[in-house]
Design a protein around this ligand. Structure first.
Ligand SMILES: [Zn+2]
Length: 94
């Protein structure tokens, strides 16, 4: 029962986000999961960089990207989140 409720919320959110923010949920091949996809402009805003920098991050594999049937480039929100974290430093194990 709880599962059904979750799915309904998910679907509503997807539609709402798509309409309002130009964000949608698609399957990311590299994550192997359904993730939030953002437009390059949106991703640039999140990371506070230019869209050129976003393209560079995609090329270096730092960001996952897909191209939709409409030839729009979308950035994987999962990889974007990881890229937004401060430079990863291995925690010191004592
Ligand atoms: Zn991904």
């Amino acid at each position: 029962m709880a599962q059904r409720t979750t799915i309904e919320i998910y679907t509503r959110q997807r539609t709402l986000m798509h309409r309002v923010y130009g964000v949608c949920i698609l399957s990311c091949e590299q994550c192997g999961a359904e993730v939030v996809m953002l437009s390059p402009e949106c991703a640039a805003g999140v990371l506070q960089v230019t869209s050129d920098a976003i393209a560079g991050l995609c090329e270096r594999g730092k960001l996952h990207s897909i191209t939709t049937a409409e030839r729009a480039l979308l950035i994987c929100g999962n990889s974007l989140f990881i890229a937004s974290l401060p430079a990863e430093k291995e925690p010191q194990v004592k």
